[in-house]
Design a protein around this ligand. Structure first.
Ligand code: BG6
Length: 543
């Protein structure tokens, strides 16, 4: 290797193994969907990759009366059906021997007593040493009783001086500011903030983490990442599926609570925050909190101007027929739950003043796509004339053809702007749209993409839960949301909810009728969302 630049060799991922401490994981809601579809496969894959220590075990707890073997059998069935799992009999046997189960109610002291006894026995048998992780993968209605019972059963205090106890809490973390605050108060009356890991699975996605690396490890982007160079930022999180059997849950949630409060506001934070002084939990989360604080608050009467909501009607999305939301199981026939939200927000700080952030998320859209697009201002001096059409004007001279000095003709302003798109999923990667001269005698400009794709460079990114579960065991909370962060996000979301409630009250009083816009499944949402941008001379980039 030449002197000067020393390329660091990629560390052997198996080195991690030595630092992952032994642990006992209790999964509440172990017989449920998330546990079988995401959590157990994630731990299985970590085990296959030798990222878990030999002495770890998983103890499921749920209401269903199952034996250890029943739990193993269920896990096996769902892993065999999971295309992301490379099922190997030997790996499975080793993994299955670590699965155990206790059944009980979530508010039953006796059940927690049995749980506590089983924990003690298994910790001794497996020489675990007292590290305990409690994962709440249950409906949120039982979060509080579980936390109470853990406290009463004496399971919260670390078992020894060298060991730890941590709790992982799934979303939804509350349903508005008040309930999130109350839940935080309750959890923190039993646990310390350092023990609490609030999950937002988007933060476990490699591509989401790469937003920070892209911004802060490359010298060339940060200087232009501000109001002087950026025209607008768009974040789209689109799904082609409808609510697919989750109507009961979704009715109480809607797109604003289900996606905007967590995943999209996290993406906004990472895209717009100031550089942290270190890549650690405190520094990163402090900056995210600063950014959330800078999101301009909305008064209830301002909400209709900045936020569009809508619901899908029947249609075909990504070649699959999707029934109308109102025809889904568990959905009220007159439901006004939104399956789509678009939100134009502003960030009041030096970096972003005046730059609109357009966010949208929805179900039953034409395709699955999570993307962040940063559109830059156009070149200050248009050397190439920008009028209609792509062709330069061509004149006939002495029977020959040559380009005139008018040069480029462009179709609209937007084509002449550079757009950097970070594709979170699928087809993970980054594209920078630039203009290039199409070969030929005339000056004919055309947009071309500078591309980076994860698949080519690194292969398939691992599932988000793998990374997050490992981080909990390692005690790194950088990719988890802190109390103040969750509550700030809820504060902004609650302002929108207040605006919607006011809209509905005015409608009920007959003062200002409001009709929820609808969009056919398989389209990019209602025309109101297009208008949100068109009135400012913009359009959605992702399509
Ligand atoms: C979850 C929402 O948090 O995220 C679901 O509750 C949604 O409604 C899902 O489908 C989307 O996650 P992903 O990783 O598929 O984009």
């Amino acid at each position: 290797m030449s002197e000067g630049i020393i390329l660091e060799e990629a560390p052997d991922i198996h080195e991690q193994f030595q630092v992952t401490p032994p642990a006992l994981m209790v999964i509440f809601g172990a017989s449920g969907d998330l546990a079988n579809r995401k959590l157990l496969p994630a731990i299985y894959r970590l085990t296959q990759q030798r990222l878990m220590p030999p002495n770890y075990i998983i103890l499921g707890y749920a209401r269903s009366p199952l034996s250890d073997d029943d739990m193993r059998q269920r896990a096996r069935t769902s892993m065999l059906a999971n295309p992301e799992v490379e099922f190997q009999n030997a790996d499975w046997e080793a993994f299955a021997s670590r699965l155990f189960y206790v059944s009980g109610d979530y508010d039953d002291a006796e059940g927690f007593q049995r749980l506590s006894e089983r924990i003690t026995t298994l910790e001794e048998q497996w020489n675990i040493g007292g590290n305990r992780l409690f994962y709440l993968s249950t409906p949120p209605s039982v979060y509080e009783p579980i936390v109470t019972c853990l406290g009463v059963a004496g399971l919260v205090e670390p078992a020894g001086r060298q060991s730890w106890t941590r709790i992982v809490i799934e979303k939804p973390f509350g349903s508005d500011l008040h309930s999130a605050h109350k839940l935080n108060d309750h959890v923190l009356s039993v646990f310390d903030e350092e023990q609490v890991y609030r999950i937002d699975h988007y933060l476990g996605k490699e591509t989401v983490q790469n937003v920070l690396v892209f911004r802060f490890a490359n010298g060339i982007f940060e200087p232009i990442w501000n109001r002087n160079y950026v025209d607008n930022v768009q974040i789209t999180v689109a799904e082609s599926i409808g609510v697919e059997g989750r109507g009961g849950y979704y009715e109480k949630s809607g797109a604003l609570r289900d996606m905007m409060q967590n995943h999209l506001l996290q993406l906004v934070s990472l895209t717009a925050m100031e550089p942290p002084i270190a890549f650690d939990a405190k520094a990163v989360r402090d900056q995210k909190v600063n950014l959330l604080q800078a999101i301009r608050p909305l008064l209830p009467e301002e909400v209709p101007e900045y936020v569009v909501r809508a619901q899908y009607s029947a249609g075909t999305a990504a070649t699959r027929p999707v029934p109308a939301y109102l025809d889904e199981n568990g959905v009220a026939s007159d439901s006004t739950t939104e399956t789509y939200v678009a939100w134009r927000l502003e960030i009041d700080n030096w970096r972003w003043q005046g730059v609109p952030f357009y966010l949208r998320t929805g179900k039953a859209l034409p395709r699955k796509a999570s993307e962040i697009s940063v559109t830059f201002r156009r070149a200050p001096h248009l050397l190439f004339d920008s009028t209609e059409g792509f062709e330069s004007s061509v004149s006939q001279i002495d029977g020959g053809v040559r380009s005139t000095t008018q040069g480029l003709r462009m179709n609209g302003d937007s084509l002449s702007r550079n757009v950097l798109t970070m594709r979170i999923q699928p087809d993970e990667g980054i594209t920078l749209k630039t203009l290039a001269k199409r070969p030929g005698p005339s000056v004919n400009l055309t947009p071309v993409n500078l591309e980076f794709t994860y698949g080519h460079s690194f292969g398939e990114p691992p599932d988000a839960y793998q990374r997050l579960l490992l981080d909990v065991v390692l005690g790194d909370s950088t990719l988890f949301t802190r109390r103040d962060e969750v509550e700030l996000a809820w504060q902004r979301i609650t302002q929108v909810l207040d605006g919607w409630r006011m809209q509905e009250e005015l409608t009920a009083n007959g003062r200002k009728p409001f009709r929820l816009p609808h969009y056919p499944a398989g389209t990019w949402g209602p025309s109101e969302a297009d208008f949100l941008l068109e009135k400012e001379g913009q359009h959605w980039v992702t399509e």
